[in-house]
Design a binder for this molecule. Structure first.
Ligand code: ADP
Ligand code: ZN
Ligand code: ZN
Length: 718
């Protein structure tokens, strides 16, 4: 009797046995359809065995893949993720695989063609046609869908095809490995870069490098040159980038450098077919480099030779629902298994990563100066206590802004809160615009004349009168980017302003338009949220004002100061790139705060090392290991009852529990949210304990009354 053990996408911590029966060619890593509780489900074979503890097994209904669609290597990675994050295996597959594979689609059914030039004759009539030709000339073979996303119409493409200047191909061969790669223009590395590259090139085994280098110090150039050796060996590479960092600027740099090397992108805007397509190219080896966001860590590389994680500190690498994995941490598992190098790059490394580098578990490589200028930005603290403010801006800050505008420079004002003001209150009775479903106030959006809750999305018009006392004196309290923009446009009436936040960029193409205004210099003041903090290079910005620093200093989340310092440094990195040092003003009521002092005087590198010593003293991560059980329900008693049930009479040695404690927002969309923090001195101890805990939860009756999840190595405590 042959039995297949199958992982199914159901919320149960176990696999299911089915008889192989008429499908003797069934193999581990192939998909099957089976009948499960009256439904037909698609699952993955994870083991073949001759014995089952269950009797009366059903047979597999259909074998979908005659050979494994998931390689042993990928299977191992997904199994590890499921174990490490204590998430059911079947559901983990569901997260890791492209949607169409989960639905049972044949991967060869949705091939998307690539476009390439067939001729070097690049003189054509028609502006768009010429643009397409030059694009293909500069970037090499490009997927059709990517060209469409860049605005090339089917008409432009087909007319060039008719002239036989370009052709569509579906190519799963790894022909790129046969021809010697050619590299576009590249600079000569400066000393620190050369040292970093030599260290990376020396490695033929697993080794993790932390490339710690300020913005503009030439980290990307090191990645590019490190990739050369990988490609010359005919191996593939994965470059993980933050969600917001996958800009055309970045991608074009890789394409221009590696012209005859197939590069593909992986991000949230791809359609299901494009995803499957990229997956196939990766699996067959026909794609050499994948530049992708978080989930590309699960791509099925045939011959992976290197993983690079750019901006490794970025929060978008941690998935915040279902399988709560950290792509950087899985990258280190994958690289170790494959015995290949891993490069983690950042101007502001996460304390976890830095700590490993300082303990010599990772090799630290430092780039300390900007590649093209000698100047570093100057941080300055603006003491808010001593002076008047207008819409959140101190008098000093306004004077600085005015001075830079007079010098014809650009200025960036950063505030991580969109909308006009976070609250409306009644001047007479102190009524507050609370969201009735969440324990927070609804944000006032002036232009929309609305109150919008940023947590549950509830949307209401501003009441004409106070709902409580009938007064018409309802006033905004606190500041958001919309207000800042309004104030600045009144204060500097002749200065064009661009605001970049989720509200101002909702329309498709509006972000690109705004960035364009900035780069062309039409706009002089940029106002924005953290959308401004990443990836974009604004060479004429000479002054950055960061409005609200204090919230990060006094938060109950022990990571808040780290995140504040990273954000401030990243925002600062946008400025002063054109040869001249920029100034960064941090507005605070606590200019004497030691962490701020350290950041301002000595920079992130120093700050991070000091912050690490603080973590060590208090035995917080990375000097201990943390996980959080979160639970939510409409009924508060159910939530508390569930969490209280998880607290044993006697705790195992080395494990500490804290809670139940309310989440920072105790109520969202009508549900109460509480947490239990579980901390341990040792990772193995923690995982053994969590294993038992999950078993216990799945048997507990009250578990059904709440929605709960377990977050391993959480990056925030919200
Ligand atoms: P990072 O990734 O650290 O922000 P980049 O690699 O983007 O830095 O480098 C910043 C700028 O300096 C880019 O315009 C890049 O082309 C240039 N650059 C990098 N390394 C060198 C070098 N060795 N010589 C000259 N220019 C360089
Ligand atoms: Zn009132
Ligand atoms: Zn709400």
């Amino acid at each position: 009797m042959t039995i297949a053990e199958i992982a199914l996408n159901v919320p149960l911590y176990r696999n299911f046995d089915y008889l192989v029966d008429e499908h003797p060619q069934a193999q581990i890593g192939a998909r099957v359809s089976v009948s499960f509780s009256g439904r037909t489900l698609i699952g993955i074979i994870v083991a073949i065995k001759s014995h089952s503890e269950f009797k009366k097994l059903k047979s597999i209904t259909k074998l979908l893949d005659s050979s494994p669609i998931i390689s042993a290597q990928l299977l191992d990675l997904i199994k590890f993720s499921s174990q490490y994050y204590h998430y059911p295996l079947g559901e983990s597959f569901h997260v890791a695989l492209p949607n169409l594979l989960n639905k049972g689609k044949d991967p060869d059914d949705c091939a998307i063609p690539l476009l390439r030039l067939t001729s070097t004759d690049i003189k054509v009539t028609g502006k768009k046609q010429q643009q397409l030709i030059s694009h293909l000339h500069d970037s090499g073979t490009t997927p059709l869908t990517e060209l469409k996303a860049l605005g090339f119409s089917s008409q432009t493409i087909s007319s060039l095809e008719k002239k036989a200047l370009i052709e569509q191909i579906i190519d799963y061969s790894d022909a790129w490995q046969q021809s010697a790669p050619s590299y576009g223009d590249k600079p000569i590395l400066h000393d620190e870069q050369a040292v970093a590259l030599a260290a990376i090139n020396q490695t033929d085994d697993y080794r993790c490098f932390l490339l710690e280098g300020i913005t503009g110090s030439g980290k990307t150039e090191v990645y590019l040159q490190a990739l050369e050796k990988v490609l010359e060996l005919g191996k593939q590479a994965l470059i993980l980038v933050p969600e917001i960092g996958l800009t055309p600027q970045t991608v074009n740099r890789f394409r221009r450098r590696f012209k005859n090397i197939p590069i593909m992108l992986w991000h949230s805007a791809l359609t299901d077919s494009e995803r499957l397509q990229t997956w196939r190219h990766c699996e067959t080896g026909s794609c050499a480099i994948v530049i992708g966001t978080r989930s590309s860590i699960f791509m099925p590389f045939k011959k992976l030779g290197m993983i690079i994680v750019d901006e490794e500190h970025d929060a978008s690498f941690k998935q915040q629902d279902s399988l709560r994995y950290h792509a950087r941490d899985l990258a280190s598992y994958r690289a170790a298994k494959l015995r290949i190098p891993l490069i983690l790059g950042s101007a502001t490394p996460a304390l976890e990563t830095l700590s490993k580098a300082l303990q010599d578990k990772y090799q630290l490589l430092t780039l300390s100066k900007r590649a093209q200028t000698q100047q570093s930005n100057q941080f300055m603290l603006v003491d808010m206590k001593a002076q008047p403010e207008q819409s959140g801006l101190a008098k000093t800050s306004l004077e600085y802004i005015e001075r830079e505008l007079k010098r014809n420079k650009q200025v960036m004002v950063f505030l991580n809160r969109r909308g006009f003001s976070p609250t409306l209150i009644c001047h007479e009775c102190a009524w507050v615009s609370e969201c009735h479903r969440c324990s927070t106030s609804a944000t006032y959006h002036k232009r929309l004349h609305s109150l919008i809750c940023h947590h549950c999305g509830e949307h209401n018009l501003v009441p004409p009168q106070c709902p409580n006392c009938g007064s018409t004196q309802i006033i905004p309290v606190g500041k958001g980017t919309e207000q800042l923009e309004e104030f600045l446009s009144e204060y500097f009436p002749d200065t064009p302003i661009t605001r970049i936040d989720r509200d101002s960029t909702r329309k498709k193409g509006s972000l690109e338009e705004a960035l364009n205004e900035i780069n062309l210099g039409t706009s002089r003041i940029l106002v924005g949220t953290q959308m401004l903090a990443k990836g974009h290079h604004f060479s004429e910005v000479s002054l950055v004002v960061i409005i609200d620093v204090d919230a990060g200093l006094y938060s109950y989340d022990f990571r808040a100061t780290e995140h504040l310092a990273q954000l401030a440094t990243q925002v600062a990195g946008r400025a002063g790139r054109s040869g001249e040092a920029g100034t960064v003003l941090l507005q605070t009521h606590f200019p004497e705060h030691p962490l701020l002092q350290d950041l301002v005087n000595n920079g992130y590198q120093d700050f991070a090392r000091y912050a690490l010593s603080e973590r060590q003293e208090t035995q917080l991560p990375p000097f201990s290991f943390l996980s959080v059980v979160r639970a939510e329900a409409h009924n508060l008693d159910d939530v508390l009852n569930f969490l209280n049930n998880l607290i044993p009479v006697e705790l195992p040695h080395g494990i500490q529990l804290l809670g139940p404690i309310p989440a920072p927002l105790e109520r969202v969309a009508g549900k109460y949210r509480y947490q239990l923090h579980i901390q341990a001195d040792n990772r193995t101890q923690l995982h053994n304990y969590l294993g038992q805990l999950v078993d216990y939860i799945t048997q507990l009756k009250v578990s059904n009354k709440v929605r709960w999840n377990l977050d391993i190595d959480p990056i925030n405590l919200t």
